[in-house]
Each structure stands twice: as C-alpha cells, then as structure tokens.
Design a protein around this ligand. Sequence first.
Ligand SMILES: [Zn+2]
Length: 239
Amino acid sequence: MQARHIRPGQGQAVELKTGQLLQIQTVKGKQVADFVAFTLGDTGEYLSTSATRATNATIVPQLGMTLYSNRRQPLFEIVEDTVGRHDMLFACCDPVRYEMLGAEPGHASCRAALTDALTDYEIGFDRIPSPINWFMNVGIQQRGELEIREPLADAGDYVVLRALKDVIAAVSACPQDMGPTNAFNPTALMIRVFRDAPLPDPPVISNGVPPPTRTGTASPATPPGRLHDTPEATVVRVE
Ligand SMILES: [Zn+2]
C-alpha cells in the first residue's frame, strides 16, 4: 500500500518537498488527526497556530487558507477539505491530561506519539508545538467557552495540504477515548504523499452545481475524490 496507516496512539512523520501534497484521511470517520510540522533542516521554524490564526484573522482552519510558521512564513496551503470543520486552539492530549481525567497511567497520547514519530529529527517532547487538529469539532460559545463535540468527518473524509516549503510533517491518530473528541472510539487514519504535478481544474459536475460543504461555510467547495481521479497526481511511496 502506497500510504501510511496510523493506529490510534501512533504517529508518523513524512518529509515533503515544496509543492508536494499531503493527504490526511479518516478510515472510519469521527477521528482527529493532530498535526505538527517543521522546516526541513531548520527545526527552529515550525508551523505556528498562533501566527496562522493571527495572519488569517480566524480561529478555524478553512479551505484555501495558508498555514504560517512561527516566523510568519507560509508553510502549507489547504487545497482540499471534504469536512470543513477543524481546530487550531487545543493542545495535544498528553500524559498529564489523561492523569487529570483519571485514566490509568500509561494512556497513549498525541504528544508522546508525535515525539516518537519525530525521534530522527531530535525534536523532543518539550518542543512539540501546538497542533492543528484536523477533524476536531470544537463549538465556541458566546463568552468564548469551548465545547468539544464529535467530529463531522465520515469514513474516507480528508484534507489535502500543499507544502509551500520543504518540511517535516508529523501526524498522530488521537487516542482520546474518554470524551467526544473521537466519538468515544478512536480509529485509524491514512496519510499519503503525492508528487507535485499540478492538479487539473475540478471535474465539471453534471448539473453545474458543486456539492455543498457539510458546514455551509462560504469556502469554495471542492469535489471530493479529485486527487484519486487525477492520473497526474502520482502516489509517492512513503513506506
Ligand atoms: Zn490526542
């Protein structure tokens, strides 16, 4: 299989060259993917959720958005998104969080999984940045209270990011099973790296109307499955 399968509590790291595409996909749906990234060869520069929020003036990742580094340099563009609801406010789950929740010692966590995945790059536990949590569904109340809800992602839903710089990206399948983060039942993710062949225009849809996004946001809708139907988007073996 020309892809990487990530079980809950595990992480995977991949290197992306400028222009390459990274697809992050749920297998069974309702599963959060914690995501961090660093500049290849200069890990002092990393994907910054605060710079991304500030530069885009929003707290929710959206289709077409550029994701920025802590030096406010563009690292990724969100080029496809079949869900439309993600989070860039919450920290990774970590051992202390599970201890606070009363879990048995040794519960798997995104922070530990990402640390393990990045071992070869010598990025330790304390240098894991605040993540983008793909598919995490956070409701925001009137006074700023945050409510974690079950993800809107169904089986096979995905996002695709275009690298705007050579980067190391790491993804963990969140093992949170003590709340609605992953609908109380963490499941696997798939990640794939595609070459930098330009994508063609989206296929013409018979009735001339693109499919609606599930959230009804103003983002331009992109037909799901575009990558899979595109012969130019050759899959790169990443295992
Ligand atoms: Zn997690």
